[in-house]
Design a protein. Sequence first.
Length: 191
Amino acid sequence: MGGYGSGCHGRLASKTDEFHRLDLATFKNDWFESGRWGRVTWSRGGHETGSVAYVCGTDFLKLTYSVGSGESQQQIHETFGLSFSDQNFGGQRRWLVCKCGRRCRVLYGGRYFRCRQCHRLCFASQYERFRVPGMAEAETVRKRLGFEVGFAYPFGAKPKGMHWRTYYAYRKRDCAMSNAIEQALVGRWGL
């Protein structure tokens, strides 16, 4: 399999974080047994950017959403089959079966909800010019906590309601990542 930079080198492909993401992991197993239905919405800056209604079944996931706007708005009804694979220590893992026939856990919403390969998406980490393992995860933690993203900025104060043990664990990992970046810079450019 490919290594660093493989798959998207030299082309400007869209990234997965630019699309609405419907992850099977957010659906609880008993929802499929009970036929649960509901709606998933996405927002940015306090404004709703998209929504999809869903119905769970024992062997399917049905999605209903709109594409287009105004007069050209079209209601889409799609049903995705479910596939199962056995786990090493018992039980089964549930997969969505995309329209292309691939099994996937995440569907990305462009004009239609499809797997990453159908939309020809790359992960954001595949575009990193300077790669340090774990850097994207550390930046995600900073983003989730509401801190400035980037290791030039100090790690923020403990958010209200967070346990001190959790805060110290995040801060320790952030410090280790800062040190790893510094070592990589020294190794690459001899700074």
